[in-house]
Design a protein around this ligand. Structure first.
Ligand SMILES: C[S@@+](CC[C@H](N)C(=O)[O-])C[C@H]1O[C@@H](n2cnc3c(N)ncnc32)[C@H](O)[C@@H]1O
Length: 354
């Protein structure tokens, strides 16, 4: 599947791929137990992304003293301190990693790819977590059905993922899908199990990378976080009220509001989205340049919500790894998006005001 050219991602496209015999094949088909026997006391995400993971769990795991299963667990279950769990069962492959996990009250070593049947009784858990690991499941439909079996009716299955992976152990369909396609794929795992309510999706993309992160100098944003989650079908004796993790959708501005916004920017030279002073940016010499003026004003705030939202908007349109910064043209007073492939782009042209 040529992902970057896809304009619209559909369940049908994924379905076609799923019907291919090799969708869940891997580059390394050797025993998972052996691959994961090597201790990896590493963070699989940057600190900003990890904070988002905790926030998602904190928001959605609303039960008082929940029984939690962390499926494909390691040394950190990302369960925030605010949650006082009755139990946290960590199921994974590495005993040393699981033994260091402070949240876990019980360790279960079990290879899901060998045997997707979970070694737990029906209706035991309130919440099942699966963090940055769904890409390694070779039998996801069976595992999702099993998760439903061990969840109480109304219990939550929360699948969280990003775009980092051990490629040799990730299944082919995951490796070859784009990020928006992976969201659809996980939704399909939920639908395919026929045991969950319609899944919801939360995305967090394009936040600035922490300054002390080891990839900070590469000009890439924080690791994206996707959560696809659903409750188990069935009558819940005590229905749980989970607040939605809705993404912020903004109402489009009216023509009058846009005019007022342009006037305000002309007067203050502040970004209308984050309020930070925009910077003078010298337009480079180029034969393709149709602008008459010598400079523009651009918002270079890496945390500006306009830029942050842009990564996701562009990626949904098939433009993976693109966003845009807010630009103001002092010549004609227009506010337009300026596309950027990363956080470093355009910064060479910044001319600091005296
Ligand atoms: C990228 S790590 C993520 C660990 C943890 N969930 C986290 O958020 O940090 C992938 C985890 O999946 C587990 N895993 C991989 N293949 C597995 C399998 N076949 N059965 C059970 N667990 C598996 C590994 O033990 C490893 O800890």
């Amino acid at each position: 599947m040529n992902t970057s050219e896809l304009q619209e991602v559909t369940h049908e496209g994924i379905e076609e791929f799923l019907n291919r015999g090799d969708a869940f094949s891997r580059q390394d088909e050797s025993d998972d137990g052996r691959f994961y026997a090597l201790d990896r006391f590493v963070d699989h995400l940057d600190a900003v992304a990890l904070e988002t993971v905790e926030r998602i769990i904190d928001t959605l795991a609303v039960e008082r003293r929940p029984a939690i299963l962390d499926l494909m667990a390691s040394w950190d279950s990302h369960v925030p301190k605010s949650i006082e769990a009755d139990e946290v069962v960590g199921l994974g492959l590495n005993n040393n990693e699981l033994s260091r996990n402070k949240a876990v009250t019980e360790i279960v070593l079990h290879d899901l790819n060998r045997d997707p049947v979970l070694p737990f009784e029906d209706d035991r858990f309130d919440v099942v977590l699966n963090t940055v690991s769904v890409d390694y499941m070779t039998r996801p439909f069976e595992v999702f059905r099993e998760v439903a079996r061990v969840l109480k009716p109304g219990g939550l299955f929360l699948v969280i993922f990003s775009n980092r992976m051990f490629p040799e152990k990730a299944v082919k369909i995951w490796r070859e899908c784009s990020e928006p396609e992976r969201v659809i794929l996980v939704e399909d795992f939920f639908h395919g199990s026929d045991s969950f309510e319609a899944p919801s999706v939360f995305r967090s993309k394009g936040k600035p990378r922490p300054k002390d992160d080891r990839y900070a100098d590469r000009g890439i944003p924080s690791d994206p976080i996707y959560a696809v989650y659903a409750e188990k079908k069935g009558t819940d004796p005590k229905p749980r009220k989970r607040p939605p993790m809705a993404e912020e959708e903004k109402r489009p501005l009216t023509a009058e509001e846009m005019k007022a916004q342009r006037e305000e920017v002309k007067r203050t030279l502040c970004c209308p989205h984050c309020g930070q002073k925009m910077k003078k940016w010298i337009i480079p010499d180029s034969p393709f340049n149709t602008w008459q003026n010598e400079y523009m004003y651009i918002c270079f705030n890496d945390a500006c919500p306009y830029l942050v939202r842009g990564w996701d908007v562009m990626s949904r349109q098939g433009n993976v790894s693109m966003s845009y910064r807010q630009m103001f043209n002092p010549e004609n007073g227009s506010l337009t998006p300026m596309p950027v492939p990363n956080l470093k782009a355009l910064k060479d042209g910044i001319m600091e005001e005296d």
